[in-house]
Write a protein that binds this ligand. Sequence first.
Ligand code: ATP
Length: 384
Amino acid sequence: MNIAAPVRLPAGKADLSRQAEALRPTHMNAQPILRVVDLKKTFDGFTALDSVNLTVDDGEFLAIVGPSGSGKTTLIRLLVGMEEQTSGEIWLRDSRIDNVPANKRPTCMVFQSLALFPHRSVGENIEFPLKIRGVDPALRRARALELLDLVRLPQHYYGKRIQQCSGGERQRVALARALAFDPEILFFDEPLSALDFRLRKMLEKELKDLHQRTGKTFIYITHSLEEAMVMSDRIAIMRSGRFEQLGPAEEIYAKPKSRFVAEFMGEVNLFRANGNGGTVSFEHVTVDPAAAAKRGLRPGFSGDLMARPESVRLLKPGERADVMATGIVESEYLLGSRVQYLVRLASGYKVTVELSRENRVTWEPGQSMGVGFDLDRAHLIQEA
Ligand code: ATP
């Protein structure tokens, strides 16, 4: 693969390198393949990317999620070489690649639009990157047929026109084309967002499967948290050009560092601590003092108490929980195997409760109902 000659990390950058190293996943033993050091991008004075540090391991599946405008695409465009950084460094193993042109980087991008040639055949599309690099036609064809197998398309699709392929088949062709030149890292910019729900669900699993079969490193932008959680080893949550939190999906879901991440990672109940009184108290709910003390909650705690809907239960008469409130069931939503309730408290705050379908309760409009959860199912958020 034609990339820049290896360059050693300059001694003066050791601190930045250590910062990036600190963000390495701890659950994998693989070697780092990509290191981003203090990467920054401004457009006419506007900071789209603000000193991002990141280390990605060889063979990892990293999802980048964040609200619109948070800098996801900008980051990926810098990594693949479609845009030049304002400052910072990008390293691929021991080589600094931020000065290497996009077509010389051993990376490949799969776009939402797929960017296939509609009038050409599946084979011609897959072979395109090989053709522009002057690969022999017989070798190109052999590689295309091999890739059709890899993405689980029949070999006779080689001659089929893109226009005659379904949405899911086009996705597979785009993947095969991305893999044609055997890139070290594949970048995806919302490749499934234009597809219908059923197809998207199927391709999510196929993509995860393809990741495992190829052993390649995947870096994947998505708006869909569910997609990120299904597929990736780690998730990076972006906000205003920075990583707000980076870690395994389960950790980000269960232990968000901020209200922003908690709210971004799906439905959540958040209760803010009540100032500096002599007891531990939170808005909207009452907390059992003994349970609070056991959890290490001291008066003066400043932060939020978080409970995901599946951690909250509807209390039977006389039933107790560490954290409790009373409200009126406002609505019920059936979510397939689960059922969700919205309970409006006297303060106006709405608690979301999610139960498995077999625990569905009968309720009357306007009926008063206790809600509660135990502190071992809750998470405390203390923002810096
Ligand atoms: P989305 O999810 O909507 O695609 P994103 O997280 O990918 O958003 P970016 O496309 O990276 O966000 O944009 C980050 C910020 O940088 C936005 O405010 C955007 O307007 C700005 N930006 C991106 N590209 C340019 C450009 N070429 N010139 C000026 N501003 C830009």
